[in-house]
Design a protein around this ligand. Structure first.
Ligand SMILES: [Fe+2]
Ligand SMILES: [Fe+2]
Length: 186
């Protein structure tokens, strides 16, 4: 699955790079519009799992984290809009159709293979950070983009942590420690 993630990401990046050559803020806006969808998809699945009585030991932690990430990505999107990223109809048309597909892909992917779904977003966050880093080599004084790049690095690290947290061994450990804690309280 990891190989498939990397191949599909590289292909998508090559297409976006070709289409958005020389149009930095339109490219950033499209990337931010798409990058938000997985967090919303993760939250949707976690809510549904909770409603079905399938709440795991790190469920609440993940919900809080993904909610914070969606808000942070929305702030990025608004900033790109303030710099003209969504000024053209064609960019809005492409991004809003892509995001609809990408949201549902992530819902299914996270439901059936959560670690692989996290890995895909992990790679996307790495790509986002590298995209902003490349821009900063040309415009090193753009402090806001530097701040956004650091947010993407943080998301990348949080996703790496989330992958570890849902490893079966980790869940077992958590179950055991909460059992021990409960028996101490009792
Ligand atoms: Fe972002
Ligand atoms: Fe991000």
């Amino acid at each position: 699955m990891k190989k498939l993630n990397v191949v599909s990401l590289n292909l998508t990046v090559a297409i976006i790079d070709f289409l958005y050559k020389g149009r930095d803020f339109q490219r950033f806006w499209v990337l931010e519009e798409i990058a938000r969808a997985p967090y919303f998809a993760f939250l949707s699945v976690l809510h549904l799992r909770e409603s079905l009585g399938l709440r795991g030991p790190v469920h609440i932690y993940l919900m809080e984290e993904h909610f914070a990430q969606t808000l942070n990505e929305t702030a990025h999107l608004e900033y790109m809009e303030s710099r003209g990223g969504s000024a053209y109809w064609v960019d809005r048309f492409v991004a809003r159709h892509l995001v609809l597909i990408y949201y549902w892909v992530n819902v299914v992917y996270y439901w059936v293979a959560p670690r692989s779904a996290y890995h895909l977003s992990h790679e996307i966050e790495l790509h986002a950070a590298m995209t902003y880093a490349e821009y900063l080599t040309r415009f090193p004084d753009d402090e806001k983009i530097c701040e956004i790049m650091n947010d993407e690095i943080q998301h990348y690290q949080e996703l790496a942590e989330a992958i570890k947290m849902i490893e079966p061994e980790y869940e077992q450990e958590k179950d055991l420690s909460s059992l021990r804690r409960d028996s101490i309280i009792a």
